[in-house]
Design a protein around this ligand. Structure first.
Ligand code: BG6
Length: 460
């Protein structure tokens, strides 16, 4: 074995409630922002495939769990949909939703798969969207009440909790780049939303501490290490630093260290968009840091100082330009750079600057368009590119672990093909293929067999 991982290392898979469950009107579930957006603007979604069925996990979860087990998945990270568990702004609990998640958690445990539950994966119930979503501070308190219900109902069996998945995506794509609802471009609102999301996460951590649950609570952050074109040039370094502050440290620092970077405050102040802080917020954030981190890693960022004046509406763009270079590896289906050494850089950053906090890879994966072109005569997808992608990333993770980083698991996005926001089923990520035009028939890809060996051998 060239790359042996520490004993007990969690080889798992990650998905989310809204991207896998479907059954969007069943069990008295109420509308979420995605159901609503699809009903209003279906043309925004790839081939107009919306979130109502997705991978039909709602009905087929026993089969999914059985097949994930066959693929060597030892832990499954998904999310509990707020819109399935809480019916309204008053916090009325939906017992059907509770029963569904109880069944899923029990079935995972029966199959020897560790359930890891996240409480928010880009999905807000419509009743809070109508009240302004995270623009409204009240939503943060409502989130903490929802979290408390989940700790109370599932905390006896779920030992790994996370508050938010990729919290920065909420302001980034909803309030700057217009890829998620409400698709506006307003840097002031983005800053306020980001702040309220952090507050919501800290309030939920506080609820967790009160609940007496014996598990651990964390947050999942998508880290995009930012490299500058010429490290010798102070302006290039500054451009990368600004992106790092906005996209990485805006959640990493308050979640792990309990405070925002001074440089971020100065930046937002200079822009005139520093969010309003209420009495007690600082203490709430300082006293409720996380036990561990989930790290989603897909791609780095590349920055150099602007060579032209930017007059558009996007705040970060004022400060930088992206750069490309010869030999840059791309996942052309997704348009993301593939840069494996960044995993090592992330690990060293967490070790050196964040107290070597325990963390795991909560997402990493390879989305491929028209994957059926790689199907062999026997109907199996021969996804060698995915196996290579995983191996190459694991090589750098292994090196970081050898050098003392505190990583306890690797979760592939995703154990099975699942729906993706406006991209719907354009890019397939799974170890298991899901045929959405054939009743969500589930078959193993070549990578599922390989992943099973990886997990059994605890290395490759
Ligand atoms: C992550 C998200 O950023 O990337 C997932 O947490 C998402 O929800 C995944 O599906 C892959 O991105 P995409 O857009 O190709 O589905």
């Amino acid at each position: 074995m060239d790359y042996q991982f520490p004993e007990g290392f969690l080889w798992g898979g990650a998905s989310s409630g809204p991207q896998s469950e479907g059954g969007s009107t069943e069990g008295d579930r109420v509308m979420s922002e995605w159901d609503y957006w699809f009903s209003k603007e279906p043309e925004r979604f790839y081939r107009q495939v919306g979130p109502s069925v997705t991978s039909d996990f709602y009905h087929k979860y026993p089969e999914y769990i059985e097949k994930m087990k066959a693929a060597g998945v030892k832990s499954y990270r998904t999310s509990i949909q707020w819109s399935r568990v809480i019916r309204d702004c008053d916090g009325t609990v939906n017992e059907d939703g509770i029963q569904f998640y109880n069944q899923v958690i029990d079935e995972l445990i029966r199959n020897g798969i560790e359930p890891m539950m996240c409480l928010h994966h880009f999905d807000l119930p419509l009743y809070w969207v109508e009240k302004g979503g995270f623009e409204n501070r009240e939503t943060a308190y409502a989130f903490a009440r929802f979290a408390a219900v989940c700790f109370g109902r599932f905390g006896d069996r779920v030992k790994y909790w996370t508050t938010f998945n990729e919290p920065v995506i909420i302001p980034e794509t909803g309030y700057l780049y217009q890829r998620h609802y409400p698709a506006v471009c307003d840097a002031g609102k983005a800053a306020a939303v980001g702040y309220h999301v952090q507050l919501a996460s800290s309030l939920a951590v506080a609820e967790f501490r009160k609940s007496g649950c014996d598990g651990k609570i964390g947050i999942i952050i998508n880290l995009t290490p930012t490299y500058c074109e010429n490290p010798e040039k102070a302006e290039d370094r500054r451009a990368a630093e600004i992106l790092d502050l906005i996209f990485n440290r805006s959640f990493l620092d308050p979640s792990v260290k309990g405070e925002y970077p001074v440089e971020l405050k100065e930046l937002l102040e200079a822009e005139g968009i520093l969010p309003e802080v209420s009495e007690g917020d600082r203490e709430m954030i300082r006293e409720n840091t996380v036990d561990y981190l989930g790290v989603n890693y897909y791609h780095p960022r590349r920055a150099k100082a602007r060579t032209t004046v930017y007059e558009g509406p996007l705040m970060p763009e004022k400060y930088y330009e992206p750069y490309e270079f010869e030999g840059q590896k791309m996942n052309t289906s997704r348009g993301w750079e593939i840069y494996e050494p960044a995993i090592y850089d992330i690990a060293m950053n967490l070790k050196e600057n964040y107290g070597n906090i325990p963390w795991y890879i909560s997402e990493n994966g390879m989305g491929i368009q028209d994957e059926e072109q790689f199907m062999g005569a026997d109907g199996m997808v021969e996804d060698d590119y995915r196996i290579e992608f995983i191996k190459e990333h694991l090589t750098y993770l292994h090196k970081a672990i050898e050098e003392g980083c505190n990583c306890f698991g690797y979760h592939l996005w995703s154990p099975f093909d699942c729906w993706s926001w406006t991209n719907a089923y354009k890019n397939r990520y799974g170890l298991l293929r899901v045929d959405i035009y054939d009743g969500c028939k589930i078959t193993m890809k070549k990578s599922a067999h390989w992943f099973r060996k990886l997990s059994e051998n605890n290395g490759f």
